[in-house]
Design a protein. Structure first.
Length: 109
DNA sequence: TTTGCGGCTGTAA
DNA sequence: CTTACAGCCGCAA
């Protein structure tokens, strides 16, 4: 009735986060791919923003998301970058120079 | 409410 | 590898 304005953004967020959560360990996906899988093609940057604001205790595998070039999108001199590299290696993903071979580790649902 | 800007982007040149 | 531009969105002014 009075409020006929559903929070569509919150819904998108959930869909994106759920998609990220679906990436299996040992694999990586890209911002654009996640957005597309979540039904939001073209909203790659939204995925990035979401992950960047993700609480530390979210439990989501944010580290399994890299850019379309297979590169970690965080500045190489940041704790976040090192953390991502570390987490990926723990899962068996080879990371060289902040790079990942998508042919090999790219997630294909 | 409109506008402008910037981003964990993507793609093409 | 660098540069440029295109879309999409959230946020501050």
């Amino acid at each position: 009735m009075t409020t006929e304005k559903p929070n569509r953004s919150a819904e998108r967020d959930q869909r994106i986060l759920r998609t990220v959560a679906a990436i299996p360990a040992g694999a990586v996906s890209s911002y654009g791919a996640i957005a597309a899988l979540a039904g939001l093609p073209g909203s790659a940057r939204l995925v990035g923003r979401l992950l960047s604001q993700l609480p530390a205790d979210s439990g989501l595998p944010w580290h399994r998301v890299v850019n379309a070039q297979g590169r970690i999108s965080l500045p190489a001199d940041t704790p976040g970058f090192r953390e991502q590299v570390e987490r990926l290696r723990v899962e068996g993903v080879e990371v060289g120079g902040g790079r990942i071979n998508l042919r090999r580790y790219g997630w294909r649902p």
